[in-house]
Design a protein around this ligand. Sequence first.
Ligand code: GDG
Length: 481
Amino acid sequence: MPAQRTFDLVIAANRLPVDRVVAPDGTSEWHRSPGGLVTAMDSVMRGREGAWVGWAGETGPAPEPFEESGMWLHPVPLSEEERETHYEGFSNDTLWPIYHDVIVPAHFHREWWQAYERVNQRFAEAVAEVAAPGAKVWIHDYQLQLVPALVRALRPDVRIGWFNHIPFPPVELFAQLPWRRQILEGLLGADYLGFQRTPDAQNFLRACRQLDGRTTKGDTVATADPDGRTRQVRASAVPISVDVNGLEELAKTEAVQRRAEQIRASLGNPEVVMLGVDRLDYTKGIRHRLKAYEELLADGTVSSPAVTLVQVATPSRERVEAYKQLRTVIETTVGRINGTYSAIGAPAVHYLHRSYPREEMAALFQAADIMLVTPLRDGMNLVAKEYVTCRHDEGGALVLSEFTGAWHELKQAYVCNPHDIEGLKQVMLRVMSLDDRERRRSMRALRRRVGDNDVQKWADTFLANLEMAPERPPRPTPKGA
Ligand code: GDG
C-alpha cells in the first residue's frame, strides 16, 4: 500500500473546489469551480504542500484522492440520506435560518443532528489523515462546526483555524438550538476563529459566556482540553473579499466591454438599468427589491422600459421547502409586474433563473447603472464587492443593505433598509437623480476601499492570526522531575 501523503496546510470545506463535468460521449473530467474561495486558496496554496478535504458533490462512494492544479483533493463521501439530513436538513434548514435572523422558521430534527455529528466526524478523520505533523488546518463554515474539536482530539499537534462565512447570530437566537453547547464546544477546539464582522465574533463570545459558562477576556475565551490543560481561543473579525486584480483584469478585456454594450442594446438602451445578482435565497431580499420597483411603477414615479430591472437568481438548494416556496413567490411577482407594466418586447423585469460564466457576470456589472444589493441578512455579500471591482470606469452606483457585512466596510454606498419599502423606493429614486460627479465620488471611494482589502489580504490575515493565536501554556513539569 502506498504511504499516505501528508500536507503542511489542510483546507476543509463542505465542497471540494471542483465539479465533475460529463462530456456528451459519457467521459467525465473535473473542472475547477469558479468561486472566490477557490481563488483565495489558490494563492495561499502556492509554494506550499496543500490538501483540500471536502465533498465532491455526488452521493455514494467518494472518488479516490487526486491531484488538481497543484492541490491534493481528498473527497469525503456523503450518502443520499446524509445529503438530505446533514446538508439540506441540519446545515440549510436548521443552522442557516437560525444564523440569518430566522427569516424563515428553523426546523429541528434529532436525526438531522445525528447526521451532522456523523459527517463532521468523517471530515475530522479525513483531515487527521492528511495533515502533516504540526500542520495548519483551516476549516470553513457552518456545515463543519464540530470539526475543530474532533480534529484536536485526533491530532493535538496541529494548529486549527475556522472561518465563518455567514453571520454568527445573537445569543437569543442561537439559544434556540437544542445542540448549542455541543456547537460551542466543537468550535472551541480551534486555536483561532475568524468571523466576517466584529459583532459576529462578539455574538460568539457572548454565547460562550451566557450559554456555556465560559470566561472571556477581550477577544479570547478560556477552554480546557480533555487532558485538563487550559487554552485561550481567539475570536475576531477578518472580512472576506474578492480577487480584485483578476476580476478587474477580466472586466477590462475588450470582450467583456463589448458584451456590456450588447447587453444594454438588447435591453433597448434604457435610461436606467438596475441589476440584482443573487443565489435564489430568502436572505437576499429579492422580494423586497421587486416590491419597491413594482410600487414605483404603480405610483408612476418611474416607467418601464425607461427604467428596467435585470434580476439574475442563481438556482440554489432547490430541494429545501423554503426555497421552493420562495421561488414560487418571486416568479409570481415577476409575472405580475411584467403582466401589468411591460410593453411587447420590453419586459419591465428580466428574470434569469440560471447560472452564468464569470465573463457574463462582469459584463452585466458593467452594463448596470444601479446595483441593488438588498439582503435582510448576509455575512458579507461578495456581489457588492465584485460590482465595485468591475467598475474601473467609476460609473454605476451601489445600493447596499445595512444588514450585510459589506456595509460595515462600504459606508460610501447608498445605504438602504430593505424592510422599509418606502425608504428603499426613495433610495432608488435618489440614486437615479444624482449627478454624475456625486455618483463617481461614491464609486471612487468604494473602489479604494475594496482595492485595499482584497481576498489575498483576507487569507494572509487569517493565516497570520492563526499563527499568532495564543500559545498553549507549556506542559507542567511532572512532580519530582
Ligand atoms: C456566503 C455568504 C459571503 C452568483 N451567481 C453566479 C455567480 N455568483 C457568485 C457571485 C459571488 C458568489 O456567487 C455569491 O457570493 P455572496 O457573497 O454574494 O453570497 P453567498 O453565496 O450567500 O455566500 C456571504 C460569502 O459566503 C463569502 O464568505 O459573502 O455572506 O452567505 O461571488 O458572483 N457566479 C457566476 N455565475 C452566476 O450565475 N460565475
